[in-house]
Design a protein around this ligand. Structure first.
Ligand SMILES: [Zn+2]
Length: 199
């Protein structure tokens, strides 16, 4: 069974290796085949109510991600960010590995992504044009494979205050702004093309 890795675990801050042709063709990755791993990651994503999950988030330093796509859940091995739109858009993001934290992150509005897509039976090369929310999810998950968390790109990060539960119980009337407070992060990464991880 897979276990979710929580920040600040070092696994979330290292570059992942590419999957080999043999692994894509069925060789074991650790103790399981890639197909089983993809299915387990998709199940975890749905169960945890996430919209994406990258392999380092389940403790595996390999270039593999699953996410909600325009046509439903998808899995990509060795994903690449091929091209991006000129315009960017700000939006809120959270992460299954950073519970209780949300941030405002500027992302490219559209991206062209490529990689080895999972079609249920195996992996084959795919090229995807993703826009808006799906472009954002891909950029977030692709960043994970380079060891970059959204916290590093966020212009503002908010944490849930300790009185949050109290607020609900006492008043049943709380607002986002009074429940979350801005957190200062010292280390930031500029937005840009994520670097390609080493092998
Ligand atoms: Zn994440």
């Amino acid at each position: 069974m897979l276990t979710l890795v929580i920040y600040p675990h070092p696994m979330l801050q290292r570059a992942c290796r590419s999957l080999t042709k043999k692994e894509l063709a069925g060789d074991l990755v650790g103790d399981r085949g890639l197909k089983d791993l993809v299915n387990e990651m998709l199940s975890m994503m749905v169960e945890k109510k996430g919209v994406g999950l990258a392999a380092p988030q389940v403790g595996l330093p390999i270039r593999l991600l699953v996410m909600m796509g325009p046509d439903g859940p998808l899995a990509l091995a060795n994903p690449r960010l091929e091209n991006v739109s000129k315009d960017m858009v700000m939006g809120d993001e959270g992460c299954l590995s950073t519970p209780g934290l949300v941030g405002q992150v500027r992302r490219f509005r559209e991206v062209i992504a490529s990689g080895e897509g999972f079609d249920g039976g195996g992996f084959r090369p795919v090229r995807l044009h993703l826009t808006e929310m799906f472009a954002r999810i891909f950029q977030h998950e692709h960043d994970h494979l380079g060891g970059i968390l959204f916290l590093k790109r966020a212009e503002k990060v908010f944490g849930r205050s300790s009185s949050w539960a109290h607020g609900i119980i006492q008043s049943l009337c709380w607002t986002w702004s009074s429940s979350w407070s801005e957190i200062e992060l010292k280390e930031r990464y500029p937005v840009g093309l994520p670097f390609e991880a080493g092998t």
